[in-house]
Design a protein around this ligand. Structure first.
Ligand code: HEC
Length: 343
């Protein structure tokens, strides 16, 4: 038995980075304030998966799909041996492990792509909003969340499979994925020279990073922290593109804030949840606390364009039955900014 190099460095790094990113993605999936990080981490996963798929075509021997994607007959043969407790040896991924690898790559690709479409769509007023209807966006998001719930179970199955295979094959497979070496009685494979390898790796990395950067342009305008004043200026610019004479007015914003509308036979206005005084915390009909709207009382307000867009989108539709126009958003933001001092 010799130590044979099986997993090249890119495969091992890919494998080490994924669980870290996936855990971070689960931790950033619920909190609205972390959504920009969720998007970035998701794009990092996308870059890794695309890079890994490319590496599957021209990586080192055992990284290649041609080395491990099983034929149906090969799969049946392996499964039979597996059940007898004497599976035929595979230096790279065994056929069952290979199926899991393919399934996880496919699921990760689908999760990241549906994530991008969700951000690009109407919920976040992203650039694809005009082309994605709300029912379609909801369905895409359901797929995103459904697959994200499936993923931990796939990981559990993957780990269980690795442990069982380690026992049957008498190899420490988790360790092999760290060191790259397995014990085998086959002669080590010689791979192409270092230069050719580096060039191929650079191509795979560029494909991955390029795909992620291209898709990053579909995300709503950066959810980076901004000053409330910048947000107001942005809305005012949009409004002036429609009416050059537009100037933000906090008085008109206050009218919008207090105007009552009949929705489902009930009178509602922005004050229903945000209270008559935007410096005070309110409550949604569902009983959730709504932090004060005025930046003087709540410095986080109007500091994140994506967040402001999301809530303008939701709340205007709910109260006015239509989206707010850029001039209304500018007026409303001006009103919220004009309210002085916490109470
Ligand atoms: C049904 C309850 C409800 C009504 C009615 C409502 N809002 Fe909101 N609004 C919320 C909640 C909930 C949040 C976010 C909670 C949080 O961030 O604390 C929010 C947040 C916002 C934000 C986010 C600001 C930021 O950058 O953080 C804006 C803008 C906003 N609302 C505008 C409006 C406007 C305009 C109206 C009236 C047309 C309105 N809301 C009516 C519940 C409501």
């Amino acid at each position: 038995m010799e130590r044979v190099r099986v997993w090249d460095l890119p495969v091992r790094l890919f494998h080490a980075a994924l669980p870290i990113l996936i855990i971070a993605l689960f931790f950033t999936s619920e909190d609205e304030d972390l959504v920009a990080w969720h998007a970035r981490l998701g794009l990092a996963v996308l870059a890794l998966v695309v890079g890994r798929i490319a590496w599957g075509f021209f990586g080192s021997r055992h990284a290649r799909f041609s080395d491990f994607v099983p034929s149906p007959a090969g799969l049946v043969r392996y499964a039979r041996g597996y059940l007898r407790g004497e599976p035929e040896p595979h230096l790279g991924h065994n056929p069952i492990g290979a199926l899991m690898v393919l399934a996880m790559l496919a699921v990760l690709l689908l999760i990241t792509l549906t994530g991008v479409v969700t951000f690009a769509g109407p919920e976040w007023e992203g650039p694809l909003s005009p082309w994605i209807s709300e029912p379609v966006a909801d369905a895409v998001k359901d797929v995103h969340e459904g697959l994200a719930e499936l993923l931990p179970w796939m990981i559990v199955a993957h780990v269980a499979g690795v442990l069982v295979s380690s026992k049957i094959e008498r190899q420490n497979l988790p360790l092999a994925m760290v060191t790259g070496y397995k014990r085998a009685d086959t002669a080590p494979v010689t791979d192409s020279g270092a230069w050719a390898r580096s060039a191929r790796l650079a191509v795979a990395a560029l494909l991955g990073i390029g795909a992620a950067l291209a898709l990053a342009t579909l995300l709503p305008e950066s959810a980076e922290a901004a000053e409330p004043g910048e947000l107001l200026e942005g809305y005012a610019d949009e409004a002036r593109a429609i009416d050059p004479a537009f100037a933000p007015s906090s008085a008109r914003g206050e009218m919008l804030y207090r105007a009552e509308h009949v929705v489902d036979g009930k009178l509602v206005s922005c004050t229903t949840c945000h209270t008559g005084d935007p410096r005070l915390a309110g409550r949604s009909p569902a009983g959730k606390v709504v932090e004060p709207l005025a930046p003087t009382a709540n410095p986080e307000r109007f500091s994140d364009l994506a967040k402001a867009e999301k809530w303008f989108g939701r709340n205007c539709k709910q109260v006015l039955g239509r989206p707010c126009t850029p001039s209304e958003k500018a007026d409303f933001t001006a009103f919220a900014l004009a309210t002085e001092g916490a109470r």
